[in-house]
Design a protein around this ligand. Structure first.
Ligand code: HEC
Length: 202
């Protein structure tokens, strides 16, 4: 584990959009942003809590146990924090991507796949990824759900583990833990994935 990677972990999610101010209202690419929606506001504050907790734990882990411990925070704590927020809030919370590192956990469903594909198109059309989000009410099995997705941009620190020039040491560790890893080859500014939240409303 080298110094660059340590730095990368330290800035994990601080440089990313998760730390940035989310948009003021759910955004549809074609429609003007409607007035503030309480569910969207709640979803956005949960995204912030998720990012903030993850960042705090990563920093604490690096201080107390070095980079090895920080990598395990990446692996184990991100899903655990999402689960904890879900239990307390009643929302489903997770991370999804079109190219997953952990397919067991992060494979998008059909709706999420569509939104992620549109996020890529929006990025290709020049929209900044750090404020990109989408909200929609959908009907699933006779219940109504409010669904919200917030894009996660690829920042410079992410390249150590998701870029094109991953060191042999990191690549070997990733190969061992994630034999089906697809989450490499990203460039700065790409949509790495999204935080996805949903809540049953009726
Ligand atoms: C120290 C290596 C490391 C760095 C640096 C890193 N990641 Fe990851 N990332 C991982 C690992 C390991 C996983 C798989 C976690 C799991 O098992 O759930 C992952 C998974 C993800 C996922 C979930 C989707 C998937 O591929 O399964 C997203 C989204 C993500 N990372 C975004 C980022 C962003 C954005 C950055 C930069 C701010 C970043 N990562 C930096 C190691 C890293």
């Amino acid at each position: 584990m080298n110094h660059t990677l340590l730095g990368a972990i330290a800035t994990l999610f601080t440089a990313g959009a998760l730390a940035a101010e989310p948009p003021a209202a759910p955004m549809a690419p074609t429609a003007a942003a409607p007035a503030a929606n309480p569910l969207a506001e709640e979803a956005k504050s949960l995204v912030k809590e998720f990012a903030g907790t993850l960042k705090g734990e990563l920093e604490a882990a690096i201080k107390s146990g070095g980079p090895t411990k920080a990598v395990s925070v990446c692996q184990d704590r991100a899903p655990a924090i999402a689960k904890d927020i879900a239990t307390r809030s009643g929302w489903e919370v997770g991370r999804v991507s079109l190219k997953t590192r952990n397919p067991q956990l992060d494979t998008p469903d059909a709706w999420e796949q569509q939104v992620l594909t549109r996020f890529d198109q929006r990025q290709a059309a020049g929209e900044p990824v750090d404020t990109m989000a989408f909200a929609e009410v959908v009907q699933i099995d006779g219940t109504k759900q409010f669904r919200f997705m917030k894009a996660i941009p690829t920042g410079e620190p992410c390249l150590a583990c998701h870029g094109n020039a991953i060191t042999p040491e990191v690549a070997a560790a990733l190969d061992q833990a994630y034999p089906e890893d697809q989450a490499r080859g990203y460039a700065v500014g790409d949509v790495r994935g999204a935080v996805s939240l949903s809540k049953t409303i009726e």
